[in-house]
Design a protein around this ligand. Structure first.
Ligand code: FES
Length: 161
C-alpha cells in the first residue's frame, strides 16, 4: 500500500469494470450510473479506473474528474469499512459534540475527513443527523449512538471490526 492508502486492485475487479463498460457501450448519458457501479465494485474510484471509464466513454479524463468532484457521492480515495459521522449541528454543538469529535480523532489518530491506515474507519464531517433529541450524536454506518460522552467512545469503536 502506498502512502496515499491506495490498495492494489485485484484483476477480477477490473474484469467487472470491463463488463460494465461493455454493458453501457454507446450510452453516453450513462456516465454517472457507470461511476456509481464502478464505485460499488472498487469501494472508491481510483485513478486507473477513471482513466478506463474516460476511455470507454471517449471523454477527456478531466470531464470524468469534473463529474466525480461535483457529486459528493463519489470518493476518489479509499474509505474505511465503517464510516463515522459525528454530528456538528447546533443541538449537538451545544451539548459538546466538539469533545466527541476530538475523542474520536484522538482514538483513531486521524482528522475528520481522514481514513485509518488499516481502512477500518473513515470520519466524515456532517451537519444535523436528524436525531437532535439524542444530542450529542454520532452515526457509525447505519447505527445511531446518542447521548454520548467522550468516555463512551473507545467502547463504541470496539464494536466495529
Ligand atoms: S444537531 Fe445533531 S442530530 Fe441534530
Amino acid at each position: 500500500m502506498c502512502a496515499c492508502n491506495h490498495q492494489p486492485v485485484p484483476d477480477s475487479e477490473y474484469a467487472r469494470l470491463e463488463e460494465l463498460l461493455q454493458e453501457y457501450k454507446n450510452q453516453r448519458g450513462a456516465l454517472i450510473p457507470v461511476l456509481q457501479r464502478a464505485q460499488e465494485i472498487f469501494g472508491y474510484l481510483p485513478e486507473p479506473v477513471l482513466r478506463r471509464i474516460a476511455e470507454g466513454f471517449r471523454l477527456p479524463l478531466s470531464r470524468v474528474y469534473g463529474v466525480t468532484t461535483f457529486y459528493a457521492q463519489f470518493h476518489l480515495k479509499p474509505r474505511g469499512r465503517h464510516v463515522i459521522r459525528v454530528c456538528q449541528g447546533t443541538a449537538c454543538h451545544v451539548r459538546g459534540s466538539a469533545r466527541i469529535l476530538d475523542r474520536v480523532q484522538r482514538e483513531l489518530g486521524i482528522e475528520s475527513g481522514g481514513t485509518t491506515e488499516d481502512l477500518r474507519f473513515t470520519i466524515e464531517p456532517v451537519a444535523c443527523l436528524g436525531a437532535c433529541g439524542l444530542a450529542p450524536v454520532m452515526m457509525i454506518d447505519d447505527n445511531t449512538h446518542g447521548r454520548l460522552t467522550a468516555d463512551m467512545i473507545p467502547k463504541i469503536l470496539d464494536l466495529y471490526e
